[in-house]
Design a protein around this ligand. Sequence first.
Ligand SMILES: Cc1cc2nc3c(=O)[nH]c(=O)nc-3n(C[C@H](O)[C@H](O)[C@H](O)COP(=O)(O)OP(=O)(O)OC[C@H]3O[C@@H](n4cnc5c(N)ncnc54)[C@H](O)[C@@H]3O)c2cc1C
Length: 389
Amino acid sequence: MRLEWGAEEEAFRAELIEFLAAHAPPEARRRRDFIGSDDGSLPGWARAWQATLFDHGWMVPGYPPELGGRNATPVQTLVYLEELARQGIPRSLHFGGYAIVGPSLLEFGSEAQRAMAPAAIRGDTVWCVGMSEPDAGSDLASLSTRAELDGDSFVVNGQKVWTSYAMVAEKCFCYVRTNPDVPKHKGISVVIIDLDSPGVEVRPLRHVTGAAEFAEVFFTDVVVPRGNLVGQLDDGWRITMGSLAHERGGIWLEGVSGCQRTVDDLVALAHRRRLDRDLAVRRRLAAAYAEAQGLRALGYKGFAGFAQGSSAPEHSYMKLATSELRQDLYELGLDLQGPFGVVTDPERAEEGGRWPHAFLVSLAATIGGGTSEIQRNVIATRVLGLPRG
Ligand SMILES: Cc1cc2nc3c(=O)[nH]c(=O)nc-3n(C[C@H](O)[C@H](O)[C@H](O)COP(=O)(O)OP(=O)(O)OC[C@H]3O[C@@H](n4cnc5c(N)ncnc54)[C@H](O)[C@@H]3O)c2cc1C
């Protein structure tokens, strides 16, 4: 069997390649597996790059031009995601705005809120997403940040945690409890909170890498206009499902392609360290290659179902498998360096300290966006049809 795209898709890819060659900044090509900056700030090149993608209709190709796209088909969108992943070029360093907030505003927002979507997708407005709390992570419905209606305003009190980019964001897409007297899923709403409002305090938190990319956000008697409610009162749970519908069918490609690139880099590393004849190393490399290829095939199978309008249960496995594979790959990268694997000094370490840094970053991928344990629960109940434990 030979898998290949048709002439139309290849023409689409060629146009993208030409655009990337002409416009992608060198910094975008260097980022491979490093996320963010040490203080969580968004570099100027990244903001300019996101705006350039939007202005040329390459930010979210499935959207119309006024939303940074070109009305691309699902298959073209897959080709787009594949090519960006192949070249290791990110679109944005703040995922929440274009991937969560923009689509949610378009689907659930008032007319005034829908008008905020282009700036969220272009990255002109930086958003953070306030879901997790100290006692509500995997069990998001237990959130307790309270928003009480007082005339034409809500008064918000409570705390969020692990809020990515809260230090640089202007607005928070915030999940709050508006009704404590009904079953927990039914008393949640979403409000837009301007982070410069009186009573908001943002305290940066450090990742295991030392970079401060997320924060605790405290709300004390924060007054939020009623018009900032997104969707209906107490109906916020529906919005938790909001994500980039145009890309849902292909978003797995980023994870798989990242793994494939890392396997290639491991082969090069084994060669440099003269370990490419070591049988144990060869076995681990071959197993990693086979797993990445298998995941890609599974992703395409899921995409075929998605493109024909059915759900793609394979995709609930992809996040789990790619995030765990990535950890194994970086661990292998450390093993190949022996005792030098833990050297982080960019001057002395292999590839500027990339491997230990990426290993630590990879730990986050099995937590954020739903932990591995939660993914396994989803697979058990929704894919395998097992009863809840
Ligand atoms: C890099 C990064 C960025 C993030 N950015 C954001 C953000 O921008 N906004 C935001 O709101 N949140 C963000 N988060 C938070 C993330 O969504 C939560 O960490 C995640 O949902 C898990 O919640 P928790 O940390 O409270 O862990 P908990 O839910 O307390 O889980 C603790 C442990 O118990 C396990 N566990 C929990 N419930 C079950 C169960 N039912 N069955 C089996 N095991 C279970 C978990 O798997 C985990 O191992 C981010 C996290 C990371 C790592």
